[in-house]
Design a protein around this ligand. Structure first.
Ligand code: LMR
Length: 399
């Protein structure tokens, strides 16, 4: 029956972790997947998360089903975290927010909702480049996707003119995917003024913005600053869609906890949207997992834990910033002929190094350093223990 099933390729990001695990060399370094490591190179459990887990354990909670859309203490808190205290949608209750299976689940649910219910042009515009899973999700649900200009390899920066030009050519009513902050893979975000221009062009073109916010807190170390674009777009009247993930900013990778939000024109539309999203959820996973959502909810709804979490996030963001500096110094200090300022100019978890595929291959084959083929490195995987080794290896393959 299954003889016609072809072998699929390994995942472009998670496949790297599989290869890394198979490598037995003690010097090996995994800079592939975007997962935070502490300075000893170990997975990091945030102190605020630990405390939340203790609180939950001591409450001896049951394991009943969550509501289909997730618990309201969770969905209200996460919507507020993204949209802010002054959000008109939250004030007027015109948002439709559901718990999702982390960021990927939110994207999938949101885009599948588009294929079924969206009245505009069912076509998604992705930044070039973007996270490898974005096009894959579209392919899986037969949603056409195209690229708009985003990253300029010449400047290692954001191509504002190219992006605006491409947006003006998008069919009215199509959908644009925007990385809310800490763009993956480039680490290049529009500046506030540039977001304002983007908002205007997107509005003029009547395009629907879908924000993917997987790194709130990782760009600047401050969750409110990192929500700038999302909050600006709401203020400017966009009915955005929003995918949130708590994998990175709470270190809850394996808990798979996130949220999907639609900002709707009125309460009645929000209620109709909610009824339809619930039907979709019910047929995919019935209702969401409770543990991760309880942790997130405990942190966001308990003022003391919330404060603790904000400093936990900042600590992670700061460690990454210091590793960027050490890596750059390590490469430049060896007299490397190329420019490496983009390592410290870029923000968030990733550095888009500009390494060519053959250089990436050498890093992996000769130095046991694992990274994606496009030259992206997860700076979160660098520590004071391996930074010198990584700098030496990058220097060697580029000079
Ligand atoms: C990444 O880009 O490395 C992360 O978002 C992890 C993933 O699921 O790909």
């Amino acid at each position: 029956f299954w003889g016609g099933v072809p072998m699929g390729p390994p995942d472009v990001i998670l496949g790297i972790t599989e290869a890394y695990k198979r490598d037995t060399d003690p010097k090996k370094v995994n800079l592939g997947v975007g997962a935070y490591r502490d300075d000893a190179g170990k997975p990091h459990i945030l102190p605020s998360v630990r405390k939340a887990e203790e609180n939950l354990f001591n409450r001896h909670m049951n394991h009943e089903y969550a509501p289909i859309a997730g618990d309201a203490t969770f969905t209200n808190a996460v919507a507020k975290l993204a949209l802010g205290e002054d959000s008109p949608a939250l004030r007027n209750k015109t948002n439709c927010t559901v718990q999702s299976l982390s960021g990927t689940g939110a994207l999938r649910l949101g885009l599948e909702f588009v294929t079924k219910h969206y009245g505009g042009v069912k076509e998604l515009w992705l930044p070039n480049p973007t996270w490898g899973n974005h096009p894959q999700i579209c392919n899986m649900i037969s949603l056409p996707h195209k690229k708009y200009r985003y990253y300029d390899p010449k400047t290692h920066g954001f191509d504002l003119n190219g992006a605006c030009e491409d947006i003006t050519k998008m069919p009215e009513g199509s959908i644009i995917l925007l990385h809310a902050c800490a763009h993956n893979p480039t680490g290049v975000d529009p500046k506030p003024e540039e977001w304002k221009q983007l908002s205007q062009v997107i509005k003029d073109q009547k395009v629907l913005p879908f924000f993917d916010m997987a790194y709130q807190g990782f760009a600047t170390g401050n969750v409110d600053n990192d929500a700038f674009a999302v909050r600006l777009f709401e203020k400017e009247g966009h009915h955005i869609m929003l995918a949130q993930s708590f994998a990175k900013n709470m270190g809850l990778y394996g808990e798979r906890v996130g949220a999907l939000t639609f900002l709707c024109p009125d309460q009645e539309t929000a209620a109709k949207m909610m009824s339809q999203v619930k039907i979709m959820i019910r047929t995919i996973y019935s209702n969401p997992a409770i543990n991760g959502a309880r942790i997130v909810s405990e942190i966001l709804n308990n003022p003391e834990l919330n404060q603790m979490w904000l400093s936990d996030v900042k600590e992670m963001a700061d460690r990454i910033i210091s590793m960027r500096k050490e890596l750059r110094d390590g490469i430049e200090g060896r007299g490397n002929p190329q420019k490496w300022n983009h390592i410290t100019d870029q923000i968030g978890m990733f550095c888009y190094t500009g390494l060519k595929p053959n250089q990436v291959e050498r890093l992996t084959k000769e130095f046991h350093i694992y990274l994606t083929k496009d030259g992206r490195i997860s700076v979160a995987g660098i520590s004071s223990k391996n930074v010198d080794y990584v700098a030496e290896a990058i220097h060697k393959v580029t000079s």
